[in-house]
Design a protein around this ligand. Sequence first.
Ligand code: SF4
Ligand code: SF4
Length: 286
Amino acid sequence: MKQLVVISGKGGTGKTVMTGALSALAQNSVMADCDVDAADLHLLLAPEIKERHEFRSGVTACTDLSKCTGCGMCRDLCRFDAVNEDYSIDPVSCEGCAFCSFACPAGAIEMKENVSGEWFVSDTRFGPLVHARLGIAEENSGKLVALVRKKAKEIAEKNEAGWVIIDGSPGIGCPVIASLSGVDMALVVTEPTLSGLHDADRVIQVAKHFGVLVVLVINKYDLNHEMAGKIEEYCRQNGIKCIGKIPFDTSVVNAVVEGKTIPEYTGTKIKNTVAEIWAKIQANVI
Ligand code: SF4
Ligand code: SF4
């Protein structure tokens, strides 16, 4: 079983459209949507949720007012002004340091685990999908990404699937590191702009740091031939294989609106290009 992550360094390069297309082309795969802050792979895969679980992360103080003697120590100690006048706790301000809980002479403050999101196991027309939703303003998306990856791998092993195809997190922070670690290949999807090259370079450096094999695809390459050429030159200089150049195609938007992946959509001129990219991924993965 091989693990492939599709990443971009930033949003809006066509990463999720590419992940959907590869999910349609791969036979016997499990998908993982690791873009947990703004998950949208489900829009293409139309999952039918089979399992729903709470994601717990971090703790918040909670006062049992029936035990509180009103000594005021917690209010004096809290550096985040999270203790209200009646000694209840404001959960938004509480940073979960537990100082008040240790200090309370009445033992009235308990630290409670936060429910900061949900994760799901679903059926799709291409195979199982593990996906998640992080609560608004919640943190620890790296931990949730790691959980989604772990579950997808477990299902793939149980089903004897050939591939885990991962829609990676954007950026270069903790979530993308959790998306990348231990995969067999990272496919970087970029666009022919200076910022596209800059963002791709940053995420490629992260992937290389973790020893991940990287290949690259230039999406909408014909919108700027000069910049596409510079990205190809960058690839040559950095030992990265550029395994595909996808032309701009307005029908991709129509496909997305209809909830279809590129291989399923009749009338798109990039179907063959995407199939060739999938063939090259299979040929190059170690
Ligand atoms: S430290 Fe404990 S007893 Fe004192 S005010 Fe706070 S919750 Fe109440
Ligand atoms: S856990 Fe820390 S941040 Fe939260 S109320 Fe207690 S002292 Fe303040």
